[in-house]
Unconditional design. Structure first.
Lengths: 283, 271
């Protein structure tokens, strides 16, 4: 059995720093994801329902854009093809978030409410790591698959050619975007330690995320600011889309990476403070 | 008649108490009503700015202020006519919590309709200040006369009831399959285009506009909005009201048929 060897929690920090620790954690993630996928195999029909639902949602946005673009060829500097690239990134992100981040964050919220977070804390693993990587909702990748297909198609239409630099900056901003949304969501989840009912706040995030289907430039200034800095939808969707369309400066890539690192560090700190506030089951 | 008044009064009181208990979450759900119209308004604002002039299609002209008026009125009317039973109902079938409701001597649609009305009463009161702020900030074009707004009232009521009954018929599909996400999404797509949510129908391609007028979606969506903004001639408005009544009657028939067949099918999954 390739189950990882159990290590005392006290020695964990030093182990995590080393290469051996990294390998150990990578192996644990593999086990977590494998068991999740095994459980999800039970619901295979979900995948097709999801694909169909995502395709229909995509149809609405494409239709809405093509009606608007039939009266103009440019919306705040975005051509129709570039708006399609943006839309593909929206779906890619939606799929990745729902597959990797969403299930874990929702689980933490209910675990804190019901007191079952005890079982996570008792494991000889970093609690944040365990809580963040425990499950994977593989069928939610449906939108990501659609997004990927659309991005290949729309990049072809743009006829800019996919350069290496473009690919690297897209990968970097995509990773930064995922880290930013993870940090942001974990921040909301950590609030659960103080206020037990915050799952509604998730709705506000999705309401903002919905706005990311279109370039943030079309919104009024104050909303652009909100979508860039308060709820960083711009960094999650618009920035990677610009990278993919080859319209991004190295500076923005750097800002995205620094912002992601800062948010991750801050939320890790906040999580530790919140954890101290956790009173456990039936307390 | 007295009996029904009492039934609805009691149901409304229950719904109101429940909603006051969860007023924060109720409000957050209601905020979804802002998202769609404001995004559409932003898209069309960007389009008018790019052209430097208004947009005309099929004999109707929209400039910046017209778009603001259209989508703001749509936001309010959309809120007043919305229903979410298709999403809620599948959950009840899946968990089996529908069973006790079916045992009551009253069709569950009455309790749900009361809940719908209670939700709108509470959220309208809460959202009113936000709507007023939007009207001040976005400078919509005023309607040609406020008599138009009053004339829109019967069309609005018909739109709300028709949408409700069709949604409930759609919800009853959950008796056959508990995976209704894709079906609901299809409804959403049709509604976005044919009700005129993403763009005024006059600006859509001609075939889409024609299709909209021959489906129930136009009557459930853009029609009352267009009356309020004085964009419908009197004969067209009369014709529209007749078509609304036709679709309401059709909805009731379809709902009864689907429900009768569905209840026979129901086996209480979660039991």
């Amino acid at each position: 059995m390739d189950e990882p060897r159990v290590a005392p929690a006290t020695t964990l920090r030093s182990r995590f720093a080393g290469v051996a620790g990294a390998i150990r954690y990578a192996r644990i993630v593999t086990v977590f994801y494998r068991t999740s996928i095994q459980a999800e195999m039970e619901y295979r029909a979900d995948f097709f329902a999801r694909v169909l639902a995502s395709l229909l949602g995509l149809l609405t946005t494409i239709g809405s854009l093509s009606i608007a673009y039939s009266y103009t060829d440019n919306l705040k500097g975005w051509t129709f093809s570039e708006a399609m690239v943006l839309l593909s990134v929206y779906y890619l992100m939606d799929g990745l978030i729902e597959m990797l981040i969403g299930p874990n964050m929702r689980q933490i919220t209910s675990q804190v409410r019901e007191g079952t977070l005890d079982f996570v804390l008792l494991k000889p693993l970093d609690a944040q790591f365990m809580a963040s990587f425990r499950s994977l909702n593989v069928w939610r990748a449906a939108s990501a698959v659609i997004g990927l297909g659309l991005s290949v198609y729309s990049i072809g239409r743009l006829s800019i050619g996919a350069g290496l630099l473009q690919a690297v900056s897209f990968a970097a901003t995509l990773a930064a975007g995922l880290t930013i949304i993870y940090s942001f969501w974990l921040f909301l989840v950590t609030l659960t330690f103080w206020f037990v009912r915050v799952d509604n706040i998730e709705q506000i995030v999705w309401q903002a995320f919905e706005a990311g289907r279109y370039p943030v430039e079309i919104y009024p200034r104050w909303l652009q600011g909100t979508l860039t800095y308060a709820i960083p939808v711009a960094f999650v969707i618009t920035v990677p889309a610009r990278a993919l369309a080859g319209r991004l400066t190295g500076m923005t890539v750097l800002v995205a990476l620094i912002l992601a690192a800062c948010m991750l560090a801050l939320v890790t700190l906040f999580w530790r403070v919140g954890l101290r506030n956790y009173t456990g089951a039936s307390a | 008649m007295r009996y029904w008044l009492r039934v609805y009064r009691v149901h409304l009181r229950v719904a109101w108490a429940l909603m006051m208990q969860y007023r924060f979450s109720t409000l957050i759900w209601a905020v979804w009503g802002f998202v769609g119209p404001l995004i559409s308004l932003a898209v069309w604002t960007a389009a008018t700015q790019a052209r430097g002039s208004g947009v005309s299609g099929n004999g109707q002209r929209f400039d910046q202020a017209d778009f603001a008026a259209y989508f703001l009125v749509f936001m309010i009317f959309g809120h007043l006519t919305m229903s979410w039973d298709a999403f809620e109902f599948a959950y009840r079938v899946r968990t089996g919590s529908l069973s006790p409701q079916l045992l009551r001597p009253l069709h569950p649609i009455h309790a749900d309709a009361s809940f719908n009305v209670g939700f709108k009463a509470l959220t309208t009161a809460l959202l009113l200040p936000a709507w007023l702020v939007l009207f001040v900030v976005l400078h919509p074009a005023p309607p040609p006369s406020y008599a138009n707004v009053a004339l829109a009232a019967p069309a609005l009521v018909l739109a709300g009831i028709t949408r409700y009954i069709w949604q409930y018929a759609l919800a009853a599909i959950a008796f056959w399959t508990t995976r209704v996400d894709a079906i609901n999404q299809l409804y959403y797509v049709l509604d976005s285009f044919l009700a005129g949510r993403i763009a005024p129908i006059a600006l859509m391609p001609l075939w889409l506009g024609l299709l909209a007028r021959y489906t129930p979606f136009y009557g459930m969506g853009a029609f009352p909005v267009e009356i309020a903004l004085g964009r419908v001639s009197l004969p067209a408005a009369a014709l529209g009201l007749i078509s609304q009544m036709f679709w309401l009657a059709a909805g009731i028939v379809v709902f009864r048929l689907v429900w009768a067949a569905g209840v026979k099918q129901y086996s209480a999954v979660g039991a």
